[in-house]
Design a protein around this ligand. Structure first.
Ligand code: AMP
Ligand code: MN
Ligand code: MN
Ligand code: MN
Length: 292
């Protein structure tokens, strides 16, 4: 008797984490350590998305090949939209593409100038050596407000990272330096020119009104943006569900990423992301196996 009960099971869902940072921006792990941690935590497809820089991708790729985990080359581009900072993740980018490199080089220059300015402003508040301290912590990589926050914690000016941001680094606080990142259309066009998909990172974090969010989504789509992060380390479960519905309503693909920066607080752990609701179309639905 032949077996008439053969059931073709779909392959088990892979575990994706499409938003993480290394020491090449404001994460605390080297790209190799990040990939190793992610692999150990059960992540099967990992995107490294450092702020405004792709320097860590080559090292991460080497580690990923060794461990047999799929690495998606990514970036998180800083954007100023309507006076507010918005982050656009690029996935499956060609990191050597000229538009992307030239565009983000400008953002890196602004970061460097801004770090000096943050240092000057904190100096006026009797906080000495913040610029030098942040640069030391950045170890020659991209400098970020996170490095200033670490410095303020290390020096005992504040008790934790959140307090450092709240007291000194958020908009309106003494160490905040306003400035112009990329425009939304620049960021999306660099990512697309580099063959990537553009994703609005952690949309709940911007605390936009429903009307403003709609405007952001419409402009993003008009520029060629394709996806929004539905699952994010900085989303509460209700926010994820809300943005899952919005993704469907606006015709966006849905992405999932921890926004991991390292094993320290306040970042979420690797490998613990919630699943995308089944009614969303994942950003990876059309990715070829060869990419993974
Ligand atoms: P920057 O791109 O240099 O302006 O720094 C932004 C980074 O600071 C974000 O990517 C987060 O990693 C971090 N950050 C922003 N707000 C907070 C916060 N309230 N607590 C801890 N980290 C934060
Ligand atoms: Mn960051
Ligand atoms: Mn971000
Ligand atoms: Mn991030």
């Amino acid at each position: 008797m032949g077996n008439t009960n053969i059931v073709l099971n779909p392959p088990p869902a892979r575990r994706y984490d499409l938003h993480t940072h290394s020491q090449r921006s404001d994460g605390t792990l080297t790209p190799t350590e990040l990939v190793t941690h992610a692999h150990a935590a059960g992540v099967e497809v990992l995107a490294l998305t450092d702020h405004d820089v792709t320097d860590g991708l080559a090292e991460a790729q080497t580690a990923a090949n060794r461990l047999g985990i799929s690495l998606i080359p990514g970036i998180e581009v800083s954007v100023t939209w309507q006076g507010q900072t918005v982050h656009i993740v690029g996935l499956n980018i060609d990191p050597t593409h000229n538009d992307l490199q030239q565009g983000t080089a400008r953002l890196r220059e602004f970061r460097q100038w801004r770090a000096q300015e943050i240092g000057r402003r904190l100096q006026k508040k009797k906080i000495a050596g913040a610029y030098e301290g942040a640069m030391r912590l950045a170890k020659g990589a991209i400098v970020s407000r996170t490095h200033f926050a670490h410095f303020l914690v290390d020096q005992g000016y504040v008790r934790g990272m959140q307090q450092a941001f709240k007291q000194f680094l958020l908009r309106g606080k003494p160490g905040y330096v306003p400035g112009q990142w990329a425009t939304l259309s620049e960021a999306v066009s660099w990512i697309r020119a580099a063959g990537g998909q553009a994703v609005i990172a952690h949309p709940a974090r911007y605390a936009l009104s429903a009307g403003k969010l709609k405007r952001l989504f419409n402009e993003f789509r008009e520029c060629g943006g394709e996806a929004i992060e539905v699952i994010s380390g900085s989303h509460a479960p209700e926010a994820s569900l809300h943005f899952a519905h919005l993704a469907v309503e606006h015709g966006f693909l849905a992405s999932a990423g921890s926004d991991y920066h390292g094993p320290e607080k306040p970042w979420v752990a690797l490998g613990k992301l919630a699943k995308l609701p089944a009614f969303c179309t994942p950003v990876w639905h059309a990715w070829q196996e060869s990419r993974l």
